[in-house]
Design a binder for this molecule. Structure first.
Ligand code: FAD
Length: 296
């Protein structure tokens, strides 16, 4: 099913998982993750795509199993900066064979290694969206990424927003935000996006901050700011992982309550392949979440 059809009827709750990284290439552990997440009745689960296409096979296999074994709607991420049109067509054909209908169409990060070739067939995510639309008309529901605190390469918020408008005009049916810990950035993005005619659902990407190192890595990679109240708690529990986890979960719960109260279109939880964290969030606010997306 195309996810935009679900979004026309209700608010959504979804999860992101990534193909497990291990030397043996064994990905069976991800199925326990999906099995556990199924208990929470998500509207869809998205599967990341390793930068430069390093996980193509695994992304396809996991999306296939989510759909055909667990009966949950999958969304496969696809990055295009090092892809040719043939690579993209091949990926899309394989998704079609598995009846996977949804793609998060991304440009991907510029490779740090200058020996990696960028064929320049897709300079931006918008080019990828246009290409898939033209080559596979109506086969896929395409989504895009957006950045409440502005993408690192953009020179200003206004130009980043114009790029987002172009992505939506090209055919993105909804967008998912980069991680943020200060909801005010999300509200600014939604407010300004609506002013320039971006009218698709903007799902909020939430990643609980579970330990200080992970949080610092994430903020460096994504360029998101850490609010003062979160940074003081991190300082206090820097060396106490269990307490830090409680801080991260309770901070995420408060973000979610505030987002729901302010009418967020959907919540997309970056699970880090740890379903117990998603379950802890649910355990704290079962009635608020039931009311939000009606799970039993
Ligand atoms: P684009 O939308 O193309 O934007 C990239 C930059 O170009 C921005 O600065 C934008 O303002 C600018 N721009 C866009 N169009 C134009 C234009 N026409 N003219 C001038 N400037 C323009 N990465 C992975 O490797 N794998 C994943 O699975 C993955 N999943 C993600 C999921 C989400 C929800 C998000 C938010 C990010 C994800 N990423 C993933 C990271 C993403 O690949 C990077 O943030 C990447 O640097 C940008 O990708 P994009 O699709 O947003 O690029």
């Amino acid at each position: 099913m195309h996810i935009d059809q679900i979004l026309k009827k209700k608010k959504t709750l979804s999860f992101e998982i990534f193909p497990p990284k291990n030397k043996s290439g064994d990905i069976s552990s991800i199925y326990q993750t999906v099995e556990a997440l199924k208990d929470l009745d998500p509207d869809f689960i998205s599967v990341t795509y390793g930068s430069g296409g390093s996980t193509i096979g695994k992304t396809l296999e996991i999306a296939d199993v989510i759909k055909n074994t667990y009966g949950i709607e999958p969304m496969a991420h696809l990055t295009s900066i090092v892809s040719t049109k043939e690579d993209v067509n091949d990926f899309c054909m394989k998704l079609k064979e598995s009846n996977v209908d949804n793609i998060l169409a991304l440009r991907g990060d510029m490779p740090l290694d200058d020996r990696v070739v960028c064929p320049k067939q897709f300079s931006y995510a918008t080019d990828l969206i246009k290409h898939i639309q033209e080559t596979f008309p109506n086969d896929f529901c395409l989504a895009g990424a957006c950045y409440p605190e502005v993408h690192q390469e953009a020179d200003c918020f206004e130009n980043d927003l114009k790029a987002l408008k172009a992505k939506v005009d090209a055919g993105a049916k909804f967008v998912i935000t980069q991680i943020f810990y200060d909801n005010n950035y999300y509200y600014r993005l939604v407010r300004e996006a609506r002013k320039i005619g971006i009218d698709v659902p903007i799902l909020a990407g939430i990643m609980p901050a579970l330990n200080a190192k992970q949080l610092l890595r994430t903020t460096r990679m994504c360029g998101c700011t850490v609010p003062f109240e979160l940074s003081t708690r991190i300082e206090k529990y820097y060396y106490n992982d269990d307490a830090m986890q409680e801080v991260g979960i309770s901070f995420a719960v408060n973000q979610i309550i505030d987002l729901i109260a302010n009418g967020v279109d959907g919540l997309h939880i970056y699970t880090m392949n740890r379903p117990e964290i998603a379950k802890s969030i649910f355990a704290q606010i079962p009635n608020i979440l039931k009311d939000f997306y009606h799970y039993d």
